[in-house]
Write a protein that binds this ligand. Structure first.
Ligand code: NAD
Length: 296
C-alpha cells in the first residue's frame, strides 16, 4: 500500500486528504492547526506531531500550503524535509506558488535524489470536497504516471503542462482570468441591481447568454443566488481574497519578467488590493462584490 504524508489541511488540503483516506490510502497528516488535524484523525488518518513525523515511512509526500515561502520552509528550511527524505521519494506540491519557486524546489529535490511535481489545482473547495479537482502538473511524465492514481482519488481532470514550474505558470494564467471574471461578474450584477433587476433573474439571463462564465454559473458572488456558494454563507470558507491577491501578484511578476502586457490582470490586482485593505482579506474572493455594491 502507498503510504502518503499530507502536509497542510486547510480549506483545500483538508478535503483532499479526506478523499485519499476515503479511497483507502494510508495517510499521515500534519497541519499547524490542531482542529484541522483532528478532522483528519477522526476520518482515519494518522495525526502526525510534525511534518518530519508525517513523512516517516511515506513513499509520497503531498503539500497544500498557502504560499511559496511556506513551501520553501517545509522542504528547504532549517529542518527542511529534503535533508531527511529517502532517495526516490515522490514529492507533490499542490500549493499555488511562483513558477520560479517551484523550479527552485524541484532543483533542490533532484540534487537530493528526490522526484518532484508541481501540481496546483483548480475547482475550489467544492471541487476538493467532491474529488473533482483539476490538477495542472509540471514535471517528468514518468513521475506523473506514478502520481496519477493519487491525483485521480482527489480530482477528475489531470493535465501535464510541461516540465517543472509549467503547472504553476498555467495555474497563474487561469487564476488571473478567474480574478478578472469574478470582478467583471460582480460589476455587471451590481449595475443590474442598481437599475432594478433581481440578481437571481439577471444571473439566469446571463448564464444563458454570452456573458456566461464560471464565476457567474458556479460561484455566484451575490448572496442568496446560489445556496452552495460562499456568498450565501457570509463569504466564509472558499478562496480567500488574500490568496487571490497573492495569485494576481504572481501573474504580475510573471508578466514583468517576460515583458508581457496584462492590463486587466493588473487592474484586477488593484481592485482586490483595495478590497483587502478595506479589511476583507480573509473573506472569500467573491466578496469583491462589496466593492461594487457596498453594504449599508
Ligand atoms: P488555507 O489557508 O485554508 O490552508 C493552508 C493550511 O496550511 C492551513 O491549515 C495552515 O495551518 C497550514 N500550514 C501553514 N503552514 C504550515 C506548515 N509549516 N506546516 C503545516 N501546515 C501549515 O489555504 P487553502 O485555501 O487551503 O489554499 C492552499 C493553497 O491552494 C494556496 O496556495 C491556494 O492559493 C491554493 N488554492 C486554493 C483554492 C481555494 O479555493 N481555496 C483553490 C485552488 C488553489
Amino acid at each position: 500500500m502507498t503510504h502518503i504524508a499530507f502536509i497542510g489541511l486547510g480549506n483545500m488540503g483538508g478535503p483532499m486528504a479526506l478523499n485519499l483516506v476515503a479511497k483507502g490510502f494510508s495517510v499521515a497528516a500534519f497541519d499547524l492547526s490542531a482542529e484541522a488535524l483532528a478532522r483528519l484523525q477522526a476520518a482515519g488518518a494518522r495525526a502526525a506531531s510534525s511534518a518530519l513525523d508525517a513523512v516517516q515511512g511515506a513513499s509520497v509526500v503531498i503539500s497544500m500550503l498557502p504560499a511559496g515561502k511556506h513551501v520553501q520552509a517545509l522542504y528547504l528550511g532549517e529542518q527542511g524535509l529534503f535533508a531527511s527524505l529517502p532517495k526516490g521519494t515522490l514529492v507533490i506540491d499542490c500549493s499555488t506558488i511562483a513558477a520560479s519557486d517551484a523550479r527552485k524546489v524541484a532543483d533542490a529535490a533532484a540534487a537530493a535524489g528526490l522526484r518532484m511535481l508541481d501540481a496546483p489545482v483548480s475547482g475550489g473547495t467544492a471541487g476538493a470536497a467532491a474529488g473533482t479537482l483539476t490538477f495542472i502538473v509540471g514535471g517528468a511524465e514518468t513521475d506523473l504516471a506514478e502520481a496519477r492514481p493519487l491525483l485521480e482519488a482527489m480530482g477528475k481532470n489531470i493535465f501535464h503542462a510541461g516540465g517543472n514550474g509549467a503547472g504553476q505558470t498555467a495555474k497563474i494564467c487561469n487564476n488571473m482570468l478567474l480574478g478578472i471574471l469574478m470582478a467583471g461578474t460582480a460589476e455587471a450584477l451590481a449595475l443590474g441591481v442598481k437599475n432594478g433587476l433581481d440578481p437571481k433573474v439577471l444571473s439566469d439571463i446571463m448564464s444563458k447568454s454570452s456573458g456566461r462564465n464560471w464565476a457567474l454559473e458556479l460561484y455566484n458572488p451575490w448572496p442568496g443566488v446560489m445556496e452552495s456558494a460562499p456568498a450565501s454563507r457570509g463569504y466564509s470558507g472558499g478562496f480567500m481574497t488574500a490568496l487571490m491577491l497573492k495569485d494576481l501578484g504572481l501573474a504580475e511578476t510573471t508578466a514583468l519578467d517576460s515583458h508581457a502586457a496584462t492590463p486587466l490582470g493588473t487592474l484586477a490586482r488593484n481592485l482586490y488590493e483595495s478590497h483587502a485593505a478595506a479589511g476583507h482579506g480573509q473573506l472569500d474572493f467573491s466578496s469583491i462584490l462589496q466593492y461594487f455594491h457596498p453594504q449599508d
